[in-house]
Design a protein around this ligand. Sequence first.
Ligand SMILES: Nc1ncnc2c1ncn2[C@@H]1O[C@H](COP(=O)(O)OP(=O)(O)OP(=O)(O)O)[C@@H](O)[C@H]1O
Length: 258
Amino acid sequence: MIKGQKINYQSQKISILKDVDINVGFGEFLAIVGPNGAGKSSLLNLLANEIKTDNKKNIQFKGKILSDWNLEELSKHKAKFSQHNAQDIPLLVADVVMMGRYPYFSSQPHQEDFESVQKAMAETDVVHFQKREYNSLSGGEKQRVHLARVLAQLDNEIENTLLFLDEPLNNLDIKHQYKTLELIKNYTKTNNTAIVVLHDLNLAAQFADHILLMEKGSVLSYGSPEKVFTAETISKAYNFPCTICKHPVNDNTMILFG
Ligand SMILES: Nc1ncnc2c1ncn2[C@@H]1O[C@H](COP(=O)(O)OP(=O)(O)OP(=O)(O)O)[C@@H](O)[C@H]1O
C-alpha cells in the first residue's frame, strides 16, 4: 500500500527523520510507537503528504510516487486524523463530519454524502450530538467527531484505502478507546490499511499487526509485537524499566512498567 526507503527529513537544519524504511501492506494495522519527540508525527505527516519536502520521491503509495498523485484523487484514497484537531469550529457536529465529504461535491452535498455522514457518526457514537454546536462538546466527544469525519472521507467504492491516525485515543474514556481500536481493526479486515500513532504499548500489542518503534528520528525496531516488545528494546527506547509477560486472558504480549 505504502512504502518508503531511506526517508530523511530535516527542518530548520535539525534532522528529524533519519533513514526510515517502511513498507505497509494492504489490510495491515501498523502502530508507530516511541517516546516524545521520536519523530512519530513527522513520519505520519510525511507519509500522508502533509509536509512539504523534496524528499518525497522515495515514498510510493499504491505503486506511484506520492508527490505524483493528484491531490483531489489522493484525498479519496487516504485520510488523516490529526493529533491536534481544531478545537474551535463554529459549526454543528453533522456539518463538521460533512467536511470529510468535501472531495465528493462542489456546492451541495448529495444523498450519498448525507448517508456517509450518518453511517460514520453511528460508528463513532456521536449521532445523538449531531445537531449540537461542535464547540460545546467535550474533548473526547470532539475527537470522536473528527474520527467520524475521516471515516466519512473514505466511504467510497475504492477497494483499498489508507487511514492515518495520530494519537486517536487522546481524551477518550476506556470504552471509547477500545471501540475506536476495534473500529480501526475492522476497517483493516476489509483490506484497508491503518497507520496509527499510539502511546499505549499494551493496546498496540493487542490490536496492531506490526509495530514500528522509533527513537530519535530512527527506527529502533520494526516487526510483530512479539519481536519489537522485548524488555531490552523498550527499556532502551524509553529509558524506563519494564517486564514482558503474557496477557492472562488473550495471551497477547503484555508490558508491565516499573
Ligand atoms: N518544524 C520543526 N522545526 C524544528 N523541529 C521540529 C519541527 N517539527 C518537529 N520538530 C522536532 O522534531 C522532533 C520530532 O517531533 P514529532 O512531533 O515528530 O515527535 P513525536 O514522536 O510525534 O512526539 P510526541 O510523542 O511528543 O507527539 C521533536 O524533537 C520536535 O521538537
